[in-house]
Write a protein of this length. Sequence first.
Length: 323
Amino acid sequence: MKITKIEIKSEPKVICSTWQSAIKKKEDFFKQFKAVIVDEVHLAKCTSINSILKKCVNAEYRIGMTGTMPEEQINQFTIYGYLGPKIFESTSSELIEKGILSKIKIANLLLEYPKEQVYRYWHDDEGDIQQKEYQEELDIIYGNTDRNKIFRYIINRIDKTQNILILCHKISHLKDIKKYLEENFKEHQIFEIYGKTEAEERERIRQLTNVQGSTIILGTFKTMSTGLNIKRLHHVIFASSFRSKITILQSIGRGLRRHETKKNVIIWDIVDDLTWINTWGDKEVLHLNHVFKHWKDRMGYYEKQEFQYLTKKININSYDTSS
C-alpha cells in the first residue's frame, strides 16, 4: 500500500474554549477547524452548542464524550445529528472493575419525622388529605433546625482526615448548613462554591483540597455537577433532594476519581421521609411526599449502575450524633 506523506506547512492549531465564549465568535471563525471535540456532550442539546456545531462546516471529525447520555430520544437524536452515532459505551461498574474509577458505596439515610408533623403535612384544616406543593414541602424540611444534626451524625462517623463535598439545591440552604458546620466543626476547613464564586477562588479551593485533608466544600448541584476535578474527595453528601438522572450521576462522578488516600467514595443520600398511610376500611393507601419520590427515582439510577447501597432509618428528633 502506498503511503502518502502529508506536508504540514504550519503548526497545528488547537483551541480550547467554553461554549459561552465560543458562541460570541463570528461564523467565519469556525470554518478553520477540521475537527471538533465536545466534552460533557449531554449539554449539546442546548441551542448555543448546536449553533457552534452547525457553524463548524469543515469539521470532518466530530467527537462527543459524556458520562451521562440523556434518556429522552429527542435529545439523543439532536446529539447524533450534530456529532454522529454513539460508537462506544461503558458503564460505571465496568470502569470500577477495571480500576479506572473508585469503588462506590451509597448510604441512604431516611429521616423519619414525628407523626404529628407528618399528619399536619398531609391534612388541611378540615382533616382532609391534601399534599403540600413542592416548594412548601422544601420550606418545611429546610426550616427544621433539627435536620442539620444529620451532618454531625455523618461527620462524626468518618475519618477526620478525609474530605467531604456537600451538595445543595438552593444557596440559602447552603448558607444555613455552612453556619451550622462552622459552629460545630472548627477543626475542618470549610469552603463554599456556587455561581458567584470567582474562577480564581474555585481553583484555589480545588488545589487545596487535592493536597490536604479535613476539608469540607459546600456547593450547589448546578455548579458542582460538572467541570470541577477534585480527586481527593472521600465523601459526597446529598443535602438536598434532586431527581434529574444526569445531575445525580454527574454529581456522583465528582467522587469517583481515584486517589491514593481513598479505597472508595461514599455517597450519603439524605432522604426526608414524610410518607403517610391512610386507612379506608380494610384498605391502606400509601402517600409519598415529593422528595421521597425523588429518592425512589435515585434508587433506580443506583440499581441500574449496580452501585452497592444500604438504607438506614433515623428518627430526626432522637438519634445518636456521637461517633
